[in-house]
Design a protein around this ligand. Structure first.
Ligand code: ADP
Length: 477
């Protein structure tokens, strides 16, 4: 099975969130099951710099009338997976993030940056495009590669089957109707059953409309996006295509997220050496300037700072959480208003609230290892990875029952089962109630470690999910 996996981020080459984790881990898991996988990404400077043994493999031609793009090949550090980068400096060679410029604005030419990625994918899909790898299946992800299924389907020639995975419906990839020609789509595709979305072009819709198979990242989210509350204006299209849609929970890359092997944390531990977790708590309190109190429950939050993630809920709940006797350690970056409010909270509660507004991969690991509770108050959450990382680190998740959170955390019940605490509605009241339930268990010296251990023994590895993707590929190929 030859799979061309096209994605806009893949850890450790480039990552802004969960998509990067998936882009790094799922292709490696597929390769582990015997698939021959090529990963295709834009040639961002940081990805080029991190790619092992990067070498020019030849010309992709002039795919969008902007000039010749070239294909760089190399290996993923860590997994050794074969990676291709679309090398086109006029669109990718610049400081800033994959989607945003250094000032935090979307790149004005994002339609071209990601049309080129998809176009390169379509070129390689057509009998390998002269690069000696003819894929059986092409797998595109989110709006950034949403045009790829459209190019394949509208291209008319024999083509490999396409899978399109929605990681987050909130980002429709919207652009002005006028760019249709520039991104190489025919006029007839600008229609209700094509890429048109309220007078504009949606790259996400292109993927949803034209891919042979659709997947999303949890069974509950697969249901949610068929209704307006979860799928917005595209819910109707998703519902229409429900017959080819599958919800598959993302996996955890335990090579990277395992407290027994993690070199980024103060002290390694596992379910049988759980007492050592306390050293990580002590180190985290010291590092983040929290009062060095071993018995005080420490709540961690690692998140993009956006409304989706319920950061405003957490902020509104803060006085009551502190009233319950918690400390809070947050790591996140995102919307300026949340960064400002978090900084103010830290200033108002020194030693009790610690805030680090940045993107810091290593600190994310240390919070997972050092906190007692991992709070995930997301309004909606397609899958969510942080709660699954928390489970492995013996950090008990408190989450809103939505999307993948509902599929991966089980309420601690009276019968001694369960791995975390869920709240049914995204309200301050419900959030505080769930944290209070968690704290009641935290104070029971024997019960808490048994909850932690049960979480640590859950297997959310990629194995099962990768098998299911392979099954979908087989049906297509
Ligand atoms: P999403 O993809 O919506 O952001 P997920 O829970 O699926 O949410 O994945 C989030 C990923 O990004 C996790 O790997 C988490 O550790 C990481 N992350 C989020 N914010 C930060 C941050 N400020 N610093 C480091 N890692 C972060």
């Amino acid at each position: 099975m030859r799979v061309l996996f096209v994605v806009s981020e893949a850890y450790p080459l480039v990552k802004t969130g969960g998509l990067g984790d998936v882009g790094g881990a799922l292709p490696a898991a597929l390769a582990g099951l015997g698939a021959e996988v090529r990963l295709l990404l834009p040639g961002y400077p940081e990805a080029r710099a991190r790619l092992a043994g990067a070498a020019d493999e030849g010309s992709l031609g002039d795919l969008l009338g902007l000039g010749e793009a070239r294909l760089l090949g190399g290996e993923m550090p860590g997994s050794g997976l074969r990676v291709w980068l679309v090398h086109f400096p006029p669109l990718y060679e610049r400081p800033g993030g994959p989607y945003l410029d250094p000032a935090g604005r979307e790149w004005a030419d994002n339609h071209l940056r990601f049309a080129l990625l998809a176009r390169a994918g379509a070129h390689l899909a057509a009998a390998g495009g002269g690069f000696g790898f003819a894929p059986d299946v092409v797998h595109a992800n989110d709006w950034q590669s949403g045009l790829l299924p459209a190019y394949l389907k509208l291209g008319g020639r024999t083509r490999p089957g396409s899978v399109f995975t929605v990681h987050n419906m909130q980002f429709p990839g919207l652009f002005a109707a006028e760019v249709l020609g520039a991104i190489g789509l025919p006029p007839e595709s600008f229609a209700i059953d094509g890429v048109e979305f309220y007078g504009r072009i949606s790259f996400l819709k292109a993927g949803l409309a034209y891919a042979d198979r659709l997947t999303t990242v949890s069974p509950t989210y697969a249901e949610e996006i068929q209704r307006p509350a979860g799928g917005g204006g595209l819910a109707g299209l998703v519902a229409k295509r429900a017959g080819v849609l599958t919800g598959l929970v993302n996996g955890v890359d335990y090579r990277i997220w395992d407290p027994a092997k993690d070199r980024l944390i103060a002290r390694r531990y596992g379910p049988r050496r759980l007492a050592l977790k306390a050293e990580n708590k002590r180190a985290l309190q010291r590092e983040m300037g929290l009062a060095p109190e071993p018995a005080t429950p420490l709540v961690g939050l690692v998140s993009r700072l956006t409304e989706q993630k319920g950061v405003d809920l957490m902020l509104a709940a803060l006085p009551r959480l502190l009233g319950l006797g918690c400390q809070l350690a947050t790591l996140g970056s995102g919307e300026a208003r949340f960064e400002t409010e978090l900084a103010a909270a830290a200033a108002a509660h020194p030693g009790r609230v610690a805030v680090h507004t940045a993107y810091d991969e290593a600190l994310a690991h240390r919070i997972q290892a050092g906190a007692d509770i991992c709070l995930v108050p997301s309004r909606f959450e397609p899958c969510g990875l942080v709660q699954m990382y928390a489970l492995r680190y013996g950090t008990v998740p408190v989450v809103h029952r939505t999307g993948g959170l509902a599929d991966t955390v089980v309420e601690v019940g009276e019968n001694g089962k369960g791995t975390g605490f869920l709240f049914e509605t995204p309200t301050v009241e419900a959030l505080v109630g769930a944290v209070a339930r968690a704290l009641a268990c935290y104070r029971q010296a024997r019960r808490w470690p048994s909850i932690q251990r049960r979480g640590m023994r859950q297997d959310f590895g990629w194995g099962r999910t990768a098998h299911k993707y392979m099954e979908i590929y087989r049906q297509l190929a």
